[in-house]
Design a binder for this molecule. Structure first.
Ligand code: CA
Length: 223
C-alpha cells in the first residue's frame, strides 16, 4: 500500500512518514500544498493524510480539486483541535475521516487501516483467502494458522493483492503501489517476488493470469 503525507510542519511530517513506513507502507511526502496537490493528482495512492493548513494551496482546496478531477482515494484530514468548521469544510470537500491535532500516532494508523480496508470492501481487520490470513492490524500473515515470515516487500505485495482479492492486478499497478516515487522501478522484479511469496504461502492462492497480472483468490474462484 502506497500513501501520501501532505504536512508542512517538518517534525509532524517526519513522525508521520516514519510511523507509516514502520507500519509497512510505502510513503511519499510533500511539505506544501502545491507539491501535495500535484502528487495526489498524478500518482496512484491508496490513501492520503492531508493537513488542512498548508502553504501555497490549503488542504480543503486541494481536496476539492482532487475530487473534481475524479481522484477517489481515501483522504484522512488533520485538523486543529476544536475547529469544528474545519471538519465540516473538510468533509464537504470530500474527506473520508479526520484526526484532530495533537494526535496519537496509533489513532492515525488505526483510522488509515480502516479507510484502506473499507475502500477495498473489507469490513474486518483480517482478510482471509483460503488458508492465508492477513492481519492488517498486526501486519502479520498466517497460513493454516502458522505465522509466515515475509520481507517488507513481500508483505506489501501480498497486502495489496489481499486487499484487492478476486481482482486481477497488473504488474504496472503493483509496481506503482509497492514503491515510492524515487524508487528505480523495474516491473520484472515483481515476478521474482511473486515467485518467492508463492513458495512461502505454499498454497494455490496467488495466481498468475497470463498477459494480465496477478490475482489472489480462493481455490475455485475464477481468476
Ligand atoms: Ca499545517
Amino acid at each position: 500500500m502506497r500513501l501520501l503525507v501532505v504536512e508542512d510542519d517538518p517534525d509532524i511530517n517526519r513522525q508521520l512518514v516514519g510511523a507509516l513506513q514502520d507500519a509497512g507502507y510505502v510513503v511519499d511526502s510533500a511539505r506544501d500544498g502545491e507539491e501535495g496537490h500535484y502528487l495526489g493528482d498524478t500518482e496512484p495512492y491508496d490513501a492520503v493524510v492531508l493537513d488542512l493548513g498548508l502553504p501555497v494551496i490549503d488542504g480543503v482546496s486541494i481536496l476539492e480539486k482532487w475530487r473534481r478531477a475524479g481522484r477517489k482515494m481515501p483522504v484522512l484530514i488533520l485538523t486543529a483541535r476544536d475547529r469544528w468548521s474545519d471538519k465540516v469544510a473538510g468533509f464537504d470537500a470530500g474527506a473520508d475521516d479526520y484526526v484532530a491535532k495533537p494526535f496519537h500516532m496509533e489513532e492515525v494508523l488505526a483510522r488509515l487501516r480502516a479507510l484502506l480496508r473499507r475502500s477495498a470492501g473489507h469490513a474486518s481487520s483480517e482478510i482471509t483467502c483460503g488458508p492465508v490470513m492477513l492481519d492488517t492490524k498486526g501486519a502479520r500473515v498466517t497460513v493454516n494458522g502458522t505465522a509466515v515470515k515475509l520481507t517488507s516487500l513481500e508483505f506489501r505485495l501480498l497486502a495489496y493483492l489481499m486487499h484487492h482479492k478476486g481482482k486481477v492486478v497488473s504488474r504496472t499497478e503493483l509496481v506503482e503501489h509497492l514503491y515510492d516515487q524515487d524508487f528505480d522501478r523495474d516491473s520484472n522484479t515483481v515476478e521474482v517476488f511473486v515467485g518467492r511469496l508463492r513458495k512461502k504461502l505454499g498454497a494455490d492462492v496467488l495466481h498468475t493470469v497470463r498477459g494480465m497480472g496477478y490475482c489472489v483468490s480462493d481455490a475455485g474462484d475464477a481468476a
